[in-house]
Design a protein around this ligand. Structure first.
Ligand code: PGA
Length: 249
């Protein structure tokens, strides 16, 4: 945790769920959202954003998307722009997730352009960084993450950063608490150096196999201001259990 920063537990639903399943999951999260020590965010697939945003309206659960195009509109078949997401009721957008970086060859410059576009549309960008297993084994984790931050965050960035080691995503493996604390301290230093007081207070989430069983220990670490949760966010009870693991401020 960072003193004075309210944690955020964000669910990344990835490419899961029919509309009916998304609505049911949203209802399960909504029903348990009151009285938590953290803010909640759920990020359904594009096609479910409108229904989930409508369900969460006034319920204290923010809704985001998982990507957006850098342009506000144009001839980009199959893409979705930040203003479109805002129009549907989204307030946040995950950008530069390692699955987008891998599946769609998204480079830091693309992520940076998307983050600027999101902010211009009034969305809070949640920018993901994280090393591969080979990079960690080579002792390059901090250098990789530092370079990704430099390349992926636009000037004036006022969003959220998520540290997600690629090798921990969906694998059931996590770094040690000491390793998480070390990278988060590095990220905090980078953010503070570049953005000053805003960087000191910027939320830095941990993501990668966060579960009810390991959440309390991870969320108690310095500079860990919440979690970006994949698999466990698809079960409302698990997602809420992670949110309840946030230590009271
Ligand atoms: P996981 O995914 O919790 O299933 O590891 C996290 C993420 O990719 O955001």
């Amino acid at each position: 945790m960072t003193p004075g920063v309210r944690p955020l537990i964000a669910g990344n639903w990835k490419m899961h769920g029919t509309l009916r399943e998304a609505a049911a999951l949203a209802e399960g999260v909504r029903a348990g959202a009151a009285g938590l020590a953290a803010d909640l965010l759920v990020c359904p697939p594009f096609v479910h954003v409108q229904v989930v945003a409508a369900a969460m309206l006034g319920q204290g659960v923010a809704v985001g998307a998982q990507d957006c195009h850098p342009a506000p509109k144009g001839a980009h078949t199959g893409d979705v722009s930040a203003p479109m997401l805002r129009d549907l009721g989204a307030t946040h957008v995950i950008l530069g997730h390692s699955e987008r970086r891998a599946d769609h060859a998204e480079a830091d410059a693309t992520v940076r352009a998307k983050a600027a576009a999101a902010a211009a549309a009034g969305l809070v960008p949640v920018v993901c960084v994280g090393e591969t297993e080979a990079q960690r084994l080579a002792g390059e984790a901090e250098a990789v993450v530092t370079a990704q931050l430099a390349g992926s965050l636009p000037d004036g960035f006022a969003g959220i950063v998520a540290y997600e080691p690629v090798w921990a995503i969906g694998t059931g493996r996590t770094p040690t608490e000491a390793d998480i604390a070390q990278i988060h301290a590095t990220i905090r230093g980078v953010l503070a150096a570049r953005f000053g007081a805003a960087g000191q207070a910027m939320r830095v989430l941990y993501g990668g196999s966060m579960k009810p069983g390991n959440a309390a220990a991870i969320l108690a670490l310095p500079n860990v201001d919440g979690g970006l949760v994949g698999g466990a966010s698809l079960v409302a009870a698990d997602f809420l259990a992670i949110a309840r693991a946030v230590p009271a401020a």
